[in-house]
Write a protein that binds this ligand. Structure first.
Ligand SMILES: [Zn+2]
Length: 217
């Protein structure tokens, strides 16, 4: 089970995490993010779609996928998008020891130069979050980076094989507002729904006068 729109109580429980970007009144800006790449088919597809609309986005990459697809990772950066750390092995913070989690992120950071981190599955313990943001100092040689932890405002739900691409499109269109952080996945699992929904989302909001920007962290 998951929430398409991150609920108020969840944001309230984790106020130090980033759930949306403050925008000026009247500013029409959305923040597209893509998790779990780079992927040899999905990521180039996303890059081509973004190019059509001169849209910039943020890609939360898995370290091992960066290692496997260094050329695609480079293409993301060459096209002036931003990247974030999404662990090396896509670990669930609730299921692994804190030190293992922190070390896995440090390993990903050797490949991904970014001050942004997004927890896989959105699951992160308070302690882990505090170490990553620097609220708790940890004695560890390879943990001198401090991150902004980026959650989201609206999920497309594109990884969910029980819903259609049309539903993913609706999830975004119904729930997005200025400053929203939107989540898609450049992954094999999401590909079919991504290919349907992303072009429609870009077209819809471009028509409404929105700009798509990379996250400002
Ligand atoms: Zn993920």
């Amino acid at each position: 089970m998951y929430f398409i729109r991150s609920p108020r109580w969840l944001r309230w429980m984790y106020p130090n995490l980033i759930w949306e970007v403050p925008v000026e009144k009247g500013e029409k800006i959305l923040y597209l993010t893509f998790d779990d790449g780079p992927h040899p088919i999905a990521t180039p597809f996303v890059l081509d779609q973004l190019k059509i609309y001169n849209a910039k986005a943020t890609f939360f990459c898995i370290g091992r996928n960066v290692a496997d697809h260094a050329d695609i990772y480079k293409a993301i950066l060459d096209q002036e998008h931003k990247v974030g750390n999404h662990t090396y092995n896509h670990l669930n913070g609730w299921k692994v020891k804190d030190q293992q989690y922190i070390d896995d992120i440090a390993q990903a950071a050797t490949l991904i130069d970014s001050k942004m981190f997004r927890p896989p599955y959105g699951r992160i313990r308070r302690f882990q979050a505090k170490v990553l943001t620097g609220d708790i100092q940890q004695r560890s040689a390879n943990n001198d980076q401090h991150f902004s932890i980026i959650m989201w405002s609206v999920l497309a739900g594109d990884w969910d094989t029980n819903i259609t691409g049309e539903k993913c499109y609706e999830n975004i269109v119904v729930n997005a507002e200025p400053g929203s952080i939107l989540v898609f996945h450049d992954s094999a699992k999401a590909l079919e729904r991504l290919q349907y929904a992303l072009p429609k989302v870009l077209a819809y909001f471009a028509q409404q006068g929105y700009q798509f920007k990379a996250l400002p962290y």
